[in-house]
Design a protein around this ligand. Structure first.
Ligand SMILES: Cc1cc2nc3c(=O)[nH]c(=O)nc-3n(C[C@H](O)[C@H](O)[C@H](O)COP(=O)(O)OP(=O)(O)OC[C@H]3O[C@@H](n4cnc5c(N)ncnc54)[C@H](O)[C@@H]3O)c2cc1C
Length: 476
């Protein structure tokens, strides 16, 4: 793409759409990104539409100059993956000026503009006595979750965030503004649910809402000896065909230089305002750090406001793998994590953690019941556990060392999982690292189908060729 010509073409539509590096707003936009990895990629210009028609104008303006991967799409910049929503020396279409959260109680829908963050959605929907399957943290952007699956507190009972998108309003490569839902462009609708930024620029998400009062949940911190019992409990939960699905469980072990120690954390949640039996093992683990226990009755917004309060962090990188729900492999994963941590424990301000995200069979069934998504996962694939390695540190000089350790943890886990016959190839898009082939992990047939849908709605391959990002329909 000739950036200069593309920028001039967008300026011809409106000079207000283009933010160049000499503009104060440029730095504000850079600072919307969660990880330093993304902030370091300084684009030649940010393009900031204020309406769906301006998104369409931008696509039409830059398309004639597009030939090589140089434009990125950014929702709120909260995904911690290098190059996913920003591009060095290219053009970043930043959607933060697309604002608005509208509730339609007749249709039980909340319409959310693509530049919003989940906190506003939870606040608006919650104030009316409703809930929405949205992210667990208020600072998160909508887009990354709604086109990349999205794990929510309600997921076991209602599927991923994307499974609850009734309709996407989207700008296609031609500049056409269209909708994708169960009746109109149904193949595009399913592909968008987990297919990422490969099909167009979504400008509005219509999500299902449901009656929801106060809930119960929060975080429990405890010491390492308690962890084995938690692994046992989470695997038992996942294998229980009658499990209470109105809960959410996330178990982590992490080292933070700031506190100089390893701690374990359970993030638990119930859709009812009391502690359910299913969560007793996770809430009552002993010995725990009583002063840090935040279990309480609260609103969804209140729960989503907790923890990762900062919207920017240092050099955060995430990567993950998936295994069957099996105690042996999860115990192995913890041992491996501990061994690899020894390689990096002296890194300045290191935060290194391993998290287990539960994918019950019923979650997969809920995805299918809601029309299906891009992954093509079926109940027989589950129950699964996504193992996330989260790293955060200060210095670029430590990149190789820290990322090397994180990759090694995952490699060893994957090899051992294969040996134990509990490996699953599916990769969770929100927690993938650039070297991981997410769309390929959906399987050969599913990938081929997504490529077909891509060609149908983007004949020239604009989003594949000119669009950047590591998770394209075909891994280069
Ligand atoms: C503090 C914190 C908490 C988190 N909690 C959760 C959690 O509870 N559950 C979970 O699943 N994940 C969680 N994540 C991960 C995060 O929500 C996802 O990475 C998500 O992608 C962020 O959304 P975003 O719109 O900010 O994405 P961005 O970083 O802006 O973009 C991510 C990807 O989505 C694409 N994209 C974004 N908007 C659009 C659009 N409108 N049209 C087309 N493509 C688009 C981008 O091109 C890019 O490929 C968390 C992250 C942080 C930092």
């Amino acid at each position: 793409m000739s950036n200069a010509k593309a920028i001039e073409a967008v300026k011809a539509v409106s000079t207000n759409l283009v933010i160049l590096p000499d503009n104060q707003t440029y730095d504000d936009l850079v600072n919307t990104y969660f990880t330093e990895w993304e902030r370091e990629l300084k684009p030649a210009a940010f393009l900031c539409p204020r309406s769906t028609s301006e998104v369409s104008d931008i696509v039409k303006a830059i398309k004639p100059f597009a030939f090589k991967k140089t434009f990125a799409i950014c929702g709120a910049g909260q995904q911690a993956t290098l190059g996913v929503a920003n591009v060095r020396d290219g053009l970043t279409i930043h959607l933060r000026n697309l604002k608005g959260v509208e509730v339609d109680l007749k249709r039980n829908i909340v319409s959310v503009a693509a530049g919003e963050r989940w906190g506003n959605v939870h606040a608006k929907v919650g104030s009316l006595g409703y809930g929405v399957v949205g992210q667990r943290h208020s600072s998160g952007g909508i887009g990354g979750d709604a086109v990349q699956l999205g794990l929510a507190y309600f997921s076991y009972a209602r599927g991923f965030v994307c499974d609850n998108v009734i309709n996407y309003e989207i700008v296609l490569a031609s500049g056409e503004i269209t909708n994708a839902n169960a009746e109109t462009n149904a193949d595009l609708w399913v592909s968008l649910k987990g297919g990422g930024n490969n099909f167009g620029i979504v400008t509005r998400y219509d999500l299902a809402i449901f009656r929801q009062g106060d809930m119960w949940g929060g975080k429990v911190f405890y010491f390492q000896p308690g962890l084995s019992s938690q692994i046992q409990s989470l695997v038992e939960y996942l294998h229980d065909p009658d499990a209470d699905l109105e809960v959410h469980i996330c178990v982590s072990l992490g080292y933070a230089a700031a506190i100089g120690d390893h701690l374990c954390m359970n993030d638990v949640f119930s859709m009812k305002p009391t502690m359910p039996k299913a969560l007793e093992p996770f809430a009552n683990v002993q010995p725990q750090i009583d002063q840090m226990n935040s279990l309480r009755v609260d609103t969804l917004k209140g729960l989503a406001d907790e923890s990762f309060g900062d919207v920017t962090a240092n050099r955060v990188a995430k990567m993950s793998t998936t295994v069957k729900a099996d105690t042996g492999i999860l115990e192995y994963a913890i041992q491996t994590y501990r061994t690899c941590f020894e390689m990096i424990k002296d890194v300045t301000n290191i935060l290194f953690s391993i998290t287990f995200e539960l994918i019950p069979v019923q979650l997969i069934s809920q995805s299918i019941a809601r029309g299906g998504n891009a992954t093509g996962l079926t109940p027989s694939d589950g129950p699964l556990v996504v193992i996330l390695i989260y790293t955060s540190y200060d210095e670029r000089a430590d990149d190789e060392k820290v990322l090397g350790a994180a990759k090694q943890v995952l490699q060893l886990i994957e090899t051992e999982a294969q040996n134990r016959n509990v490996f699953h190839p599916w990769l969770y898009l929100n927690y993938a690292f650039p070297n991981q082939d997410v769309i390929g992990s959906y399987g050969v047939e599913r990938q081929a189908w997504l490529q077909e849908v891509g060609k149908k709605f983007d004949v020239d391959g604009f989003f594949q060729i000119a669009g950047t990002g590591p998770f394209k329909l075909e891994k280069p």
